[in-house]
Design a protein around this ligand. Structure first.
Ligand SMILES: [Zn+2]
Length: 163
């Protein structure tokens, strides 16, 4: 086994509301994939990570771009923390390190919306918000689904414990 160092990447957009600025909403995604390894059926040894998880990283970057370019009165009330973690595929190592060395206090972190393997198939009629039912985000997710005419589907593989 080769030992390497790989960074997490963090950026913060300060909240506009002084009463809520010390609370954080995290948008996260992992930037690593599996690299080069044993060949697949076609002999390809490169494990492409375009879906898992360049799509998640691109989504976090786009959310950061949009939120930071809003006019001041429309910027989020809470601070937004953009977290791109490393070594997810090796066992959530970057996330674990962040949880032990948080940039924002964990007790002041309202939620983490983690983006992994985004939809690349085109328009959809349903989606699976993993873990939303375990927090107050469930009502928000349901309201947005209604507004957009989307159906919320249950976790298709709950035995995997993805949340
Ligand atoms: Zn992933």
């Amino acid at each position: 086994m080769k030992r390497v160092e790989a960074p997490n990447v963090v950026a913060i957009l300060p909240g506009r509301d002084p009463k809520l600025r010390d609370e954080y909403v995290v948008f996260s995604a992992h930037w690593d994939h599996f690299g080069i390894g044993a060949p697949d059926k076609k002999g390809d040894t490169i494990y492409n990570g375009a879906l898992d998880n360049a799509t998640g990283v691109a989504s976090v970057l786009e959310i950061a771009r949009v939120l930071s370019s809003l006019p001041a009165p429309e910027k989020p009330r809470r601070s937004i923390l953009f977290l791109i973690t490393t070594a997810e595929e090796q066992g959530l190592l970057g996330s674990e390190w962040y949880s032990q060395h948080p940039v924002a206090p964990i007790g002041k972190t309202a939620t983490d919306i983690n983006l992994d393997s985004m939809n690349i198939l085109g328009p959809t009629r349903d989606f699976v918000p993993l873990g939303a039912e375990r927090s107050s985000l469930k009502a928000v997710v349901e309201a947005i689904a209604r507004e957009r005419g989307l159906r919320i589907s249950p976790d298709p593989r709950p035995e995997q414990g993805s949340f």
